[in-house]
Design a protein. Structure first.
Length: 172
């Protein structure tokens, strides 16, 4: 089974205030997100992390990846430079791409950290899963919300849990 999530920002204390996350500190946030991830995902599942795994964290990316179940695929985001400095982390990903189209139960899904107004397959029913804008209700958020087949999979919008495509599509 495939799962998707963008912007977990493990270890990022400031993201709690920036995105009104319901945690008292980064330790609680990390603990809850790791528990939810591992409850949803098995080691046989593929998880597409659509950018920003961790940011300004005391732990290295590889330390988080070791705690998380599943075969991990990274779609790089603007805060993923730290991953490229951690050789252990790099070896823990099945794939690393800037953008990618996957098939999931017969549905094509275009993955990119950034919201794209028209993506490959836009006119033929391909879905677009993106992050980056979190739950900030700005012009980009409102515009993307109006597009058919575009889905913000930011952690805040998925209850801090990787979700299946079926769940994401049916919850819009």
């Amino acid at each position: 089974m495939n799962y998707y999530i963008a912007d977990p920002h493990f270890g990022h204390e400031r993201i709690i205030a920036l995105c009104s996350r319901p945690f008292k500190d980064a330790d609680e946030m990390d603990r809850v997100m790791i528990e939810r991830w591992n409850k949803a995902v098995t080691d046989k599942d593929d998880v597409y992390i659509i950018g920003d795994l961790c940011h300004r964290s005391l732990l290295k990316p590889s330390e988080y990846l070791r705690m998380l179940k599943g075969r991990k695929h990274l779609i790089t985001g603007n805060h993923d430079d730290v991953i490229f400095k951690d050789q252990d982390a790099l070896s823990m990903f099945e794939s690393i791409d800037q953008m990618k189209t996957v098939k999931d139960n017969g549905k094509k899904i275009f993955l990119c950290h950034y919201p794209v107004a028209e993506w490959p397959g836009y006119f033929s029913g391909t879905c677009h899963f993106y992050g980056h804008i979190h739950n900030t209700k700005n012009k980009s958020y409102e515009m993307m919300k109006e597009l058919d087949n575009a889905f913000n999979v930011g952690a805040e919008l998925l209850d801090y849990t990787p979700r299946t495509a079926e769940y994401i599509i049916n919850e819009k």
